[in-house]
Design a protein around this ligand. Structure first.
Ligand code: COA
Length: 442
């Protein structure tokens, strides 16, 4: 039985000590979050489970310590200060494993799931539009589901439908969902995109990670034929290639003709593109990110990025030293799946430099000194405290604006030499010296 009510009434279902899931990204249910936090004084020890929350996060305010505690499975910019200040927690987890938290016997059985859906269709089904990911598991396993029912949520095919009868509390809301306008890639990203594109053959199936580099790679693929999409997420970059007839999915081993993803982040134009589009299928993350599924695509190309890569090939993508920046996400799911595919290509693409931090910086014996306000993202060893997201045994292709290397079967010395060759020229001498001191060339 669904109770249609206002947000204030709906959030009464939450009790002290509950585990509560908050849907994230474009469908972050801000109205419910605000109504819940308004009850903060009367609630204690409410555990919130999040992944890439968009919009305000009032529950991270220091005054709510002991009332609300965040467990972020992927860190949003807004939650980052609370996590790094120790008021909130980060859970290192493969994106494909998040549903396990909520499944029977899992470590975080959900009392309540806060989600956002489209209005019911004539059969009573609402759609979770651009965010099916782990929200599917949350809806299927929570004791209670509270939903904002919003006509701005696109109706997307696949596994994101929720029958209205599953909603314990439904709140009508007529408000644009979170859209993220794409930013045009800069010159460096365009060059990297071109290097990545050289590794993508006609008929390949693609996973494109988060950020400007994947979109730059897409822009360099306008002359390819029959590309397919099987990914964790996509953004605006795909629309142009669909309209040009480049992305057809005609040669995909699975879900032929469909673009498969578990969430989408992008502009309002992208949300309109998703709406009732038979070419798009949203699946739970347990399908999209399953290496056993990914390996079935003959020519699978996975494109992800990183904050740092060390000279042996260890990839730090989620933290800058001890500062937690983002999350494991689907990087390892796809890097491994692509490596297992018969002609798969796991690619790590990153700019060779980043702007030097204003304060702090690396001080250990193998640190590379900044040059002209820039630091090298190719480093002798990871910054102390940095988490390794992809191991050196999993890493294969690395691309920067200075070229690309294939590390498969390469020794430590060969890796160090190849990675120095695609580092920014002004850092190569320092890197070579550090590599000698670390005995990487012996
Ligand atoms: N040291 C210090 N700061 C660094 C740095 C380094 N080695 N490398 C990058 N930075 C800073 C940048 O200057 C930038 O700062 P700003 O926000 O102040 O401009 C910030 O970190 C982000 O760097 P950028 O290169 O813009 O990152 P991005 O948006 O391309 O994202 C990742 C890169 C690695 C953070 C992102 O891909 C990620 O979170 N990956 C993990 C999850 C994943 O791969 N999922 C896969 C499927 S979605």
């Amino acid at each position: 039985m669904t109770t249609w009510c206002d947000a204030k009434t709906a959030v009464q279902v939450v009790e002290s000590g509950n585990n509560v899931y908050l849907q994230g990204m474009s469908l972050t249910p801000t109205l419910l979050i605000e109504a819940l936090v308004a009850r903060g004084e009367e609630l204690r020890n409410v555990e919130l489970y999040t992944a890439l929350t968009f919009g305000p996060v009032p529950y991270t305010d220091p005054r709510w310590v002991g009332h609300f505690h965040v467990n972020a499975c992927f860190v949003a910019t807004s939650e980052r200060p609370a996590i790094n200040a120790g008021r909130a927690s980060y859970i290192p987890i493969f994106l494909s494993s998040i549903p396990k938290l909520f499944m029977p016997g899992g470590p975080a059985p959900l009392d309540v799931a806060f989600i956002q859906v489209s209005p019911p269709d004539k059969y009573g089904f609402c759609s979770m539009g651009p965010s099916v990911d782990f929200s599917r598991a949350a809806v299927d396993n929570a004791k209670h589901v509270v939903a904002l029912v919003n006509p701005h949520v696109p109706r997307v095919y696949g596994h994101g439908f929720v029958h209205v009868s599953r909603l314990d509390y439904a709140v009508k809301w007529d408000h644009p969902i979170y859209a993220v306008p794409g930013e045009a890639p800069d010159d460096t990203q365009r060059v990297i995109g071109r290097h990545v594109a050289e590794l993508i053959e006609d008929g390949s199936t693609l996973q494109l990670g988060i950020g400007a580099i994947p979109d730059a790679a897409l822009q360099a693929l306008t002359d390819r034929r029959d590309l397919g999409i099987h990914t964790e997420m996509f953004s605006d970059g795909v629309i142009d290639l669909v309209e040009r007839g480049v992305i057809t999915g005609a040669r995909k081993a699975l879900d032929r003709g469909k673009m498969v993803t578990c969430f989408v982040i992008g502009s309002q134009r992208l949300m309109d593109f998703l709406d009732n589009n038979p070419a798009v299928k949203m699946y739970p993350v347990t399908y999209t990110n399953n290496p056993q599924i990914i390996r079935q695509f003959d020519h699978f190309v996975s494109v992800n990025s990183a904050l740092q890569v060390d000279l042996t090939g260890q990839v730090c993508a989620e933290s800058i030293g001890t500062i937690q920046y983002s999350g494991v996400g689907g990087q390892m799911d796809f890097m491994r799946g692509a490596a297992l595919a018969p002609h798969g290509r796991p690619i790590l693409a990153l700019a060779a430099t980043a702007k030097a931090p204003k304060t702090g910086g690396e001080t250990h014996p193998y640190a590379i000194a900044p040059v002209d306000g820039q630091i090298s993202r190719i480093v002798p060893i990871p910054m102390p405290g940095a988490a390794v997201t992809t191991t050196r045994a999993h890493l294969r292709y690395v691309v920067t604006e200075y070229g690309r290397v294939d590390l498969l079967g390469r020794s430590i010395a060969e890796r160090a030499r190849s990675l120095i060759a695609i580092a920014a020229p002004q850092f190569r001498e320092q890197l070579e010296r550090a590599a000698y001191n670390l005995r990487l060339f012996s």
